[in-house]
Design a protein around this ligand. Structure first.
Ligand SMILES: Nc1ncnc2c1ncn2[C@@H]1O[C@H](COP(=O)(O)OP(=O)(O)OP(=O)(O)O)[C@@H](O)[C@H]1O
Length: 254
């Protein structure tokens, strides 16, 4: 569980996050959504400790990151899996080496144990047998699955995903969304996904935080987001023609 208590983040004169409080629960896919420039990435970077908010606190379980000593911060880093936009695999490493990388960084495990774990997570993302291939030799969707395998190889308690679907076709994007959600439930991870994508909102939005101009203006589930009358949210949700048409049908059906 991650709890955010009234965080403010400024750059010079400009206040980007204007007092955000919320909770991201364990075992749920938590989404941060909002228009471009609303502060999603800045919020993600605050959660990761890459930016320090001027005010407010961020709790991992019941410990604020601001009060963690170096050892606690290192432990926290080990507990975090990251799925970067675009996948961010190392091109010159094989799939096996890519997935093993966090284990080499953070553990002193024996090579055979690391390999067993790599095979376990590759199998979990349905990529058995690709170990010796290079990223350029597999499809974009498969690369994303390798990135997911790498993000979970060290059994993280927290998983952060930055636009996990960018560059994927809608069908593959849905496969990736569902995989993220399944893994979140299976391993009881606190997952936070930054997204623009309405399909992701529909598929996996178990707890959605909607930001506008650095403020949290709405929070709820994927079922609730289609029923809300909050104008900011409906402008965002129904910005595509498809969703506008769905809304008209829904309203006709009462
Ligand atoms: N390091 C920085 N220094 C100064 N301003 C920054 C910095 N990082 C972000 N900002 C500003 O903060 C605001 C919010 O940016 P942020 O990247 O969080 O938006 P976003 O919601 O993630 O947008 P997008 O969906 O386009 O990625 C923007 O006005 C941006 O220019």
């Amino acid at each position: 569980m991650i709890r955010i208590e009234n965080i403010h983040k400024r750059f010079g004169e400009e206040e980007i996050l204007k007092g955000i409080s919320t909770t991201f629960e364990k075992g749920k896919t938590n989404l941060i959504i909002g228009q471009s420039g609303s502060g999603k990435t800045v919020m993600l970077k605050c959660l990761l400790g890459l930016f320090s908010p001027e005010e407010g606190r961020i709790f991992y379980e019941d410990k604020p990151i601001q009060e963690m000593d170096e050892e606690e911060q290192r432990d926290l880093r080990e507990d975090i899996g990251m799925l970067f936009q675009g996948g961010a695999l190392f091109d010159s490493m094989t799939i096996e080496e890519n997935v093993m990388f966090p284990l080499r960084m953070f553990t002193n495990n024996k090579k055979e144990d690391m390999l067993a774990r790599v095979n376990e997570v590759l199998s979990r993302v349905k990529l058995d047998g690709v170990n010796k291939k290079y990223p350029a030799e597999i499809s974009g969707g498969m690369q994303k699955r390798v990135s997911i395998a790498r993000a979970i190889v060290n059994k993280p308690k927290y998983l952060f995903c930055d636009e996990p679907n960018s560059g994927l076709d809608p069908k593959t994007a849905t496969v990736i969304d569902n995989l993220i959600q399944e893994i979140t439930h299976e391993y009881d991870i606190t997952t936070v996904v930054v997204s623009h994508d309405m399909n992701s909102v529909m598929e996996i939005g178990e707890n959605i935080v909607f930001l506008k101009n650095g403020l949290l203006v709405w929070q709820g589930t994927n079922n609730e987001i289609f029923k809300t009358d909050n104008q900011d949210v409906t402008d965002f949700v129904y910005s595509s023609d498809l969703f506008k048409k769905i809304r008209v049908v829904q309203q006709k059906e009462g």
